[in-house]
Design a protein around this ligand. Structure first.
Ligand code: ATP
Length: 341
């Protein structure tokens, strides 16, 4: 659906050139939830805003459904923006208008619907985001989570195919964040809407996204399925973002900090696995058929979106030959192993 090719953006600040994006290549499929994560100043907002040309790239192309939008004239851009909704960290609501009027606003400005048809659409959207009882309130009377629900309803008013989320939960507490993420997931499933979001929180990516790209210094430094990137982060920025989100993974990625090294007798191995195998006694079977003994030093069973995963830090004691056989059995069962020491 979206193809970004060699995208670059340079800002001119006081006669100096600041490079915000440098040679970005990405593909985002229809119906997927794609996350872009990075530290402050990495280029996330510039990249997201290039998708609806709120930011004009300096080089490269953005293709949506095969059409290069960077060459669109005003009229085509106007039509494109109606197919792309956007929500913001600070909600950007019209404070002097009620919830219903905020949601009605884009319809009033751009659609050819009658007042009655618009009212019907607003009622539908209010129900979708769970705010039917708050239609007559003003933004100042709402909680942060409710304000973001209004933002989502407003973004969906013109039935877009693509929703851009700019740090949509960064201003919310953890519980409200979860409820907004659940709403976005529900909307993605019910409406088949493609969602592209930017965040600096790995937790948001883990909960919501199918795939992720890590951006640093205006370049994509790592990308892939969320489970792969989360469980096997390669770039230092990715490792640090995973570590901030999940201390257990951090400890397993860098076990030197996790426990007393002088107590180690055998081979230190990190196992990772995803999917149904998480709930099967495969490890028990493999070890029961071997003379190799194991000690669990650390472990975690959790989920990424709805995909269960496990990771274990084990010390294996046995002959090299027997340990190799255990590794071969792990491979056979798609349990990834990584010898750490
Ligand atoms: N309008 C602008 N004029 C000049 N420089 C800009 C402008 N917008 C962004 N930049 C610079 O471009 C780089 C990328 O900024 P961008 O806002 O895209 O990063 P970000 O990852 O979204 O950061 P944050 O998480 O802090 O919002 C930064 O160095 C920033 O200072």
């Amino acid at each position: 659906m979206i193809r970004i090719e060699g995208l670059g953006k340079t800002y001119r600040v006081e006669g100096r050139e600041v490079s915000a994006l440098d040679g970005i290549d990405l593909e985002i499929a229809k119906g997927e939830i794609f996350g872009i994560i990075g530290r402050s100043g990495a280029g996330k907002s510039t990249l997201l805003r290039s998708l609806n040309l709120l930011e004009r790239p300096s080089s490269g192309r953005v293709l949506i459904d095969g059409k290069d939008i960077t060459g669109f004239d005003r009229q085509r851009l106007h039509a494109l923006r109606q197919r792309i909704g956007m929500i913001f960290q600070h909600f950007n609501l019209l404070n002097a208008k009620t919830v219903a009027a905020n949601i009605d606003w884009p319809l009033r400005c751009t659609s050819s619907l009658t007042a009655a048809q618009r009212a019907e659409r607003v009622a539908e959207l209010l129900a979708l985001v769970g705010l039917s009882e708050h239609a007559g309130k003003y933004p100042a009377q709402l909680s942060g989570g409710q304000k973001q629900r209004v933002g989502i309803a407003r973004a969906l008013a013109s039935r877009p195919q693509l929703l851009l989320c700019d740090e949509a939960t960064s201003a919310l507490d953890p519980e409200t964040t979860q409820s907004i993420l659940r709403l976005l997931l529900d909307i993605n499933r019910r409406l088949g809407l493609t969602i592209v979001l930017i965040t600096h929180e790995m937790q948001v990516i883990r909960t919501l996204c199918d795939r992720v790209a890590v951006i640093d210094g205006g370049r994509i430094v790592e990308s892939g399925k969320v489970a792969d990137v989360f469980l096997h982060p390669r770039h230092p920025v990715t490792r640090s973002m995973v570590a901030q989100d999940d201390p257990l993974t951090a400890a397993m990625l860098d076990p030197a900090h996790a426990f007393a090294q002088d107590k180690l007798r055998g081979t230190l191995v990190r196992l990772t696995y995803v999917g149904d195998i998480t709930y099967q006694p495969v490890l028990s079977d493999i070890m029961a058929a071997s003379t190799v003994r194991f000690t669990i030093l650390q472990g975690e069973v959790s989920s990424i979106k709805e995909l269960p995963f496990g990771q274990l830090l084990l010390e294996l004691e046995g002959s090299d030959e027997d340990v190799r056989r255990v590794f071969a059995e792990l491979d056979r069962h798609h349990i990834h192993h990584e010898v750490l020491q």
